[in-house]
Design a protein around this ligand. Structure first.
Ligand SMILES: Nc1ncnc2c1ncn2[C@@H]1O[C@H](COP(=O)(O)OP(=O)(O)OP(=O)(O)O)[C@@H](O)[C@H]1O
Ligand SMILES: [Mg+2]
Length: 477
């Protein structure tokens, strides 16, 4: 078969070139030329190798079309494909949308293939047609995993293949309703000379699979690798082209995994799904607060955070350790929270009431290996650090005391949403005191929530309330 001509285009300025060069002759950027296949133009004329139009005028002027008012467009209510996992469905916004493309990324061995095998198994068991394309593992290896997951997983057809053309032909033949490509980096197109996983190949593979998904209404799930920095490997354009980007994360040594959407055209990106890796596959954790709080003790340096993850309240334990050090500058080690956020909170703490931490290492950890991104976590981090620095537990009536609220740079506590749902979850777990921003108390709170709530306007007042007015005095002082 004759090879399609390929050209190279600069990802920065669009300059086209016949051969690969280390430096773009157009903009001077290094390493930005990416191989791409030259496709024939829509009217059948071959494309020029440099990717530009051939200069001839089109033979026939195109016909104008009339735009339609949105209210008159038939949205054709699409039924979503349920994946059999409530956690995964919630993150997807209610299930897989036919004809959509989902990209799921995660560190090696985190359980991407396991999660996807289980989802396909459930779709197949529910009468749908599923296909698992494995470019990484042989069919025998995929079967070993399926053995672990149970009889439904064994019913899923698998194709161990790395050639894009063969995969597309098989897809056209099988016409699956849901297809997993594990992984998008291992497939390669013979139209390009680049190695599998190179930017050009990944773009080409994803583009072809996306076209198939859109044309045939197949829900396509692309599994992607992540780089050492934790971002999805391959071009960022991949993230723009797909409908939904999911990130599967957690610490490999621990069994909890969280799934969150970084982008979702058909649902919210605030939802998280919590799973636990077991011998029989990934189990859903329907009540994550229970799992994350199980080991929480009212000791110094521990604070319960009433967080919201999407529509769901989640109680997690924030732990801090403050240790004297001679290292200059002292270390600030956040785990599960953003480093800049921690620096900001320590600065505000230093200004508004906590003991000086200039010669102490500060470690902050969100127990259970979860990552918390919402600003409502600020107060819990500040409280845990202040409690650790003072060596005083944050307790109320013998049970751990909790809090939530965003901290402003001037030390004020700022409003965060859903105070009632956070308080409800706290009362369900028998917490007896929740410190929260004063403005949150203006919300409509349930009587049970009101009993727990300790509304305070500033960080200094919050420390007073939780540490009984001892916060201002350092142990060292
Ligand atoms: N018998 C078992 N009991 C508990 N956990 C297991 C068992 N077998 C495998 N695992 C877990 O499953 C993980 C591998 O899952 P999986 O192959 O789905 O990961 P992955 O994200 O697809 O990895 P890769 O990036 O290599 O493709 C292992 O790291 C391990 O934690
Ligand atoms: Mg895998």
């Amino acid at each position: 078969m004759a090879k399609t001509a390929t050209s190279f285009a600069c990802t920065s300025c669009g300059q086209a070139s016949f051969r690969w060069m280390g430096r773009c002759p157009g903009c001077g950027e290094w390493n930005t030329l990416v191989e791409q296949a030259a496709r024939p133009l829509a009217d059948g004329r071959p494309a020029r190798r440099d990717g530009r139009a051939t200069g001839r005028r089109p033979s026939r002027p195109a016909e104008a079309r009339k735009p339609v008012v949105l209210a008159e467009v038939d949205s054709g209510e699409v039924a979503r494909l349920r994946t059999g996992s409530d956690e995964l469905d919630r993150v997807l916004g209610g299930g897989l949308v036919p004809g959509s493309v989902v990209l799921i990324g995660g560190s090696p061995g985190i359980g991407k293939s396991t999660l996807m095998s289980a989802a396909l198994a459930s779709i197949q068991a529910g009468g749908g047609r599923a296909l698992y394309v494995s470019g990484e593992e042989s069919a025998a290896q995929v079967r070993l995993r399926a053995d672990r997951l149970g009889p439904h997983a064994l019913a899923v057809p698998v194709l161990a293949e790395t050639s894009l053309e063969v995969v597309l032909a098989s897809l056209a033949h099988e016409r699956p309703q849901a297809c997993v490509i594990d992984s998008v980096q291992t497939l390669w197109s013979s139209d390009l000379t680049g190695a599998p996983g190179s930017v050009g190949q990944v773009q080409e593979v994803a583009g072809a699979l996306e076209r198939f998904a859109r044309e045939h209404g197949c829900a396509m799930i692309l599994v992607g690798h992540v780089t050492k920095e934790g971002t999805l490997a391959g071009p960022r354009v991949l993230e723009h082209a797909v409908d939904c980007v999911l990130q599967f994360e957690g610490e490999r040594e621990r069994s909890f995994r969280t799934l969150r959407a970084l982008k979702n055209r058909f649902g919210s990106t605030n939802e998280i799904g919590v799973f636990e890796m077991r011998a029989g596959g990934l189990d859903e954790v329907a009540d994550p607060s229970d799992r994350f709080l199980r080991d929480a003790e009212p000791v110094a340096g521990s604070c319960v955070l009433c967080a919201m993850e999407g529509t769901r309240p989640l109680l997690v334990e924030v732990q801090a350790l403050v240790a004297p050090t001679d290292v200059v500058p002292p270390r600030r080690v956040p785990n599960g929270i953003d480093r800049n956020r921690l620096s900001m909170i320590l600065a505000v703490l230093a200004r508004h009431g906590a003991p000086a931490l200039g010669s102490a290492d500060v470690f902050v950890n969100v127990a259970g290996g979860v990552r918390i991104e919402e600003p409502g976590a600020d107060l819990a981090i500040a409280m845990a650090v202040a409690s650790a620095a003072r060596n005083e537990p944050l307790t109320a009536g013998g049970s751990p005391s909790g809090c939530f609220g965003e901290i402003g740079l001037t030390g004020e506590l700022r409003y965060v949403a859903h105070a009632d749902r956070r308080l409800e979850e706290a009362s369900r777990f028998g917490l007896e005191q929740i410190v929260l921003p004063a403005r949150c108390a203006d919300d409509e709170l349930s009587p049970a929530g009101r009993d727990l709530a300790v509304p305070v306007p500033t960080l200094a007042k919050a420390l007073d309330a939780a540490l009984g007015g001892r916060a201002g005095r350092s142990r060292a002082a």
